[in-house]
Design a protein around this ligand. Structure first.
Ligand code: 2P0
Length: 351
């Protein structure tokens, strides 16, 4: 008997131009473009195995060994339905192709990074789910086409279909067909770029991204300014900085965009706070570290960015990382400051 099974994995990504707001909540179409750096290495990935079998009763999903309900109108169901539809096209074109689109699927996904790493897993999780089903169904689909499907699982997931530097186009078509992810540069283009994750807290965040960003869309005037007058130029400028491996520009834009995202969260009614006192202290340390370098005629040495939580991601050229780690540990020597985890992840595969 033939076993129809495939396994795929996908990496975590951290945005430097932030996605925050949907213009279509069902299709997950964003209010602005975004751009991320993939933390593409073995120990920060979701790995998903999918199996199709006519003896299965219905579609089922396990996350880290625990079964999760697939809700009929939910995001996982949408992704599975889209991939089955594409499989049906393969079957219609080739009468010898097994009718996998009619078989229920069982899907098991694992994150190899601990919850204590304080990283969201929806991006790598949905990207891995979509990749594994695409492989199972032998779909002739590019990563960019698959990004349109993983986007409907979780917006940021569309950027995890690629390694390296990835843009998610805002798009204009109401169908979402042009709101896809594209590679800006592969990881190998800028192997000197490293990332340090400072785990400030691994508590679950108070306001989920999905509900938080819609509240921002409904109430924040600053978001409208950001969408129209800030993000388009930043997308162009940071893409150029990446192409030219210009860390000074990359750092300035990255920190400015993190700051504006958190300003927009604060501009929401009621306000949303993701940073805490430790997060803000890390910002001050990085600002002072850069200030001293600039005062001595040097360039920017590090760039912080924060997502919808208090944990810092610090991007820096490799040569600065040792100094940055020492600096951070000097300022936050107690276990309490970083709770119990201080994690270093670097782009070691790029070397
Ligand atoms: C990002 N974040 O660009 C931004 C920056 C958080 C802050 O994408 O509702 O989990 O599933 O589309 O993708 C978090 O939002 O939200 C996020 P949904 P998602 O990475």
């Amino acid at each position: 008997m033939t076993v129809y099974q495939a396994t795929a994995s996908a990496p975590v990504n951290i945005a430097v131009i932030k996605y925050w707001g949907k213009r279509d909540t069902k299709l997950i179409l964003p209010t602005n473009s975004s751009l991320s750096v993939t933390l593409d290495q073995d120990h920060l990935r979701s790995t998903t195995t999918s199996r199709a079998d006519p003896s299965f009763d219905h579609d089922r999903l396990w996350l880290n060994g625990k079964e999760e309900e697939i809700k009929g109108d939910g995001r996982t169901a949408t992704c599975i339905a889209e991939l089955k539809r594409l499989r049906k096209e393969v079957e219609d074109a080739d009468s010898n192709a097994p009718k996998l689109s009619t078989f229920p699927v069982h899907i098991a996904s694992y994150n190899n990074f601990p919850t204590a790493a304080g990283l969201a897993s929806s991006a790598s999780g949905f990207a891995a789910l979509v990749s594994s089903l695409a492989q199972l169904y032998e779909l002739p689909a590019s990563p960019s086409t698959l990004s349109l499907i993983s986007r409907q699982g979780s917006g940021s997931a569309c950027r995890s279909l690629y390694g390296g530097y990835v843009a998610w186009n805002v798009g204009t078509d109401p169908s979402g067909v042009d709101s896809n992810a594209v590679e800006v540069a592969p990881r190998e283009h800028w192997p000197d770029m490293h990332a340090l994750i400072c785990v400030v807290s691994d508590d679950k965040k108070g306001t989920s991204s999905t509900s938080g960003m819609q509240r921002t869309v409904e109430t924040s005037a600053l978001l409208q300014h950001r969408i129209k007058h800030v993000v388009p130029q930043r997308m162009a400028d940071i893409s150029k900085a990446i192409q030219e491996r210009d860390f000074d520009s990359f750092a300035q834009i990255t920190m400015a965009d993190s700051n504006q995202f958190h300003a927009v969260a604060l501009d929401t009614a009621p306000p949303i706070f993701y940073l805490n006192d430790v997060s803000r202290s890390i910002i001050q340390v990085v600002v002072e570290y850069n200030r001293l370098s600039l005062a001595n005629g040097g360039g920017y040495k590090a760039a912080y960015t924060y997502d919808a939580g208090p944990n810092a991601v610090i991007y820096a050229p490799e040569k600065n990382m040792k100094e940055i780690i020492q600096l951070i540990l000097n300022y936050f020597p107690q276990k309490d400051a970083f709770k119990d985890t201080f994690a270093l992840f670097k782009n070691d595969k790029a070397e």
